[in-house]
Design a protein around this ligand. Structure first.
Ligand SMILES: NC(=O)c1ccc[n+]([C@@H]2O[C@H](COP(=O)([O-])OP(=O)(O)OC[C@H]3O[C@@H](n4cnc5c(N)ncnc54)[C@H](OP(=O)(O)O)[C@@H]3O)[C@@H](O)[C@H]2O)c1
Length: 277
């Protein structure tokens, strides 16, 4: 698997090992997925049952001005991984994002809603979904939070401890998703070698403001310390537009009769306890 040093990659490796698989976890120093020769020779040498791609260029704002790098890592590299998986008969599982959607829909997005990305990051990730190929599993997730990596939960806890201002936008909604839960879905889909597109997000959609309040409450702080602001009032303004609503419904998992990630509040309590412990 790739992107092993990343937030999701760390928990996918852990999930695979806990389930009795033998993950070979490659970070960027071991395998630069944008280098076709490296990808083909690594997959050819290892001959894995599955290739799981958790690597991506995830700096959403930087992607606006670094489109070439965004497409190199988020699209062209996926082409290389798909080619290697095909050549060496490995199942390919690729991870994508809620930012492939425009955000104009009022309800959560399901797998058959039309993507319409508004940022370079979202567009490059949508291109990557196309590169994964028909035999691949594509797992779209959103608003990731985990033990390893910077995310909203860690940020709120840090600001709360520092006593600093807690202002978060109330006009962007999504599905906070926890890496351990998403990793469990990825493992199941890989074992089953199920092709197709799956949303894997914890349920209970909230704005960033509402999510910050939930984090505060989970940590025993006063949620009223969090104030709502509008995206237009962010200083400095963010270069990349974000969807106003990118909550995800796990429709394909549910229709397949598979276990879906549950309400986000339960893993949130666990993560807060771990981070404060
Ligand atoms: N974070 C979220 O909220 C979120 C939401 C929806 C979907 N996703 C998707 O979920 C997946 C995992 O995200 P994440 O939050 O775990 O990301 P992350 O923490 O930023 O990890 C991504 C990893 O990919 C590595 N990488 C970048 N370019 C590479 C290359 N050319 N070759 C090999 N590795 C490379 C990075 O290494 P360096 O640090 O050295 O660059 C990093 O370790 C991505 O597909 C992302 O698009 C994330």
């Amino acid at each position: 698997m790739t992107g092993a040093a990343g937030q999701l990659g760390h928990d996918v490796a852990a999930q695979m090992a806990d389930s009795g698989h033998e993950p070979i976890a490659a970070g960027r120093p071991e395998l630069d997925i944008s280098q076709r020769d490296q990808v083909l020779s690594a997959v050819g040498a290892i001959r894995p049952d599955a290739v799981v791609n958790c690597a991506a260029y995830t700096a959403v704002d930087a992607c606006q001005t670094e489109a070439a790098r965004a497409y190199q890592v988020n699209a062209v590299a996926v082409r290389h991984l798909a080619e290697a998986a095909r050549r060496f008969d490995a199942h390919f599982c690729h991870v994508s994002t809620d930012y492939v959607f425009s955000g104009d829909k009022a309800e959560p997005y399901h797998e058959w809603d039309r993507p319409d990305p508004r940022s370079v990051y979202g567009a490059s990730k949508l291109a990557g979904e196309g590169e994964a190929g028909e035999a691949a599993t594509v797992v779209r997730t959103s608003w990731l939070c985990g033990r390893h990596g910077s995310n909203m939960v860690g940020t709120v806890l840090r600001l709360a401890a520092e006593g600093g201002p807690l202002r978060f936008v109330s006009d962007q909604r999504g599905s906070p998703s926890f890496t351990a839960d998403v990793a469990a879905v990825i493992e199941r889909l890989c074992v089953d070698r199920r092709p197709g597109l799956y949303h894997a997000a914890n349920q209970g959609d909230v704005s960033w403001y509402e999510f910050a309040r939930e984090v505060m409450a989970a940590a025993g702080h006063d949620p009223d310390r969090v104030a709502p602001i509008a995206t237009d009032d962010l200083q400095p303004p963010r270069p990349a537009p974000r969807p106003a609503n990118s909550a995800l419904e796990n429709r394909a998992l549910a229709l397949a009769g598979m276990r879906c990630p549950g309400d986000f509040r339960e893993p949130l309590m666990r993560l807060v306890a771990e981070l404060l412990g």
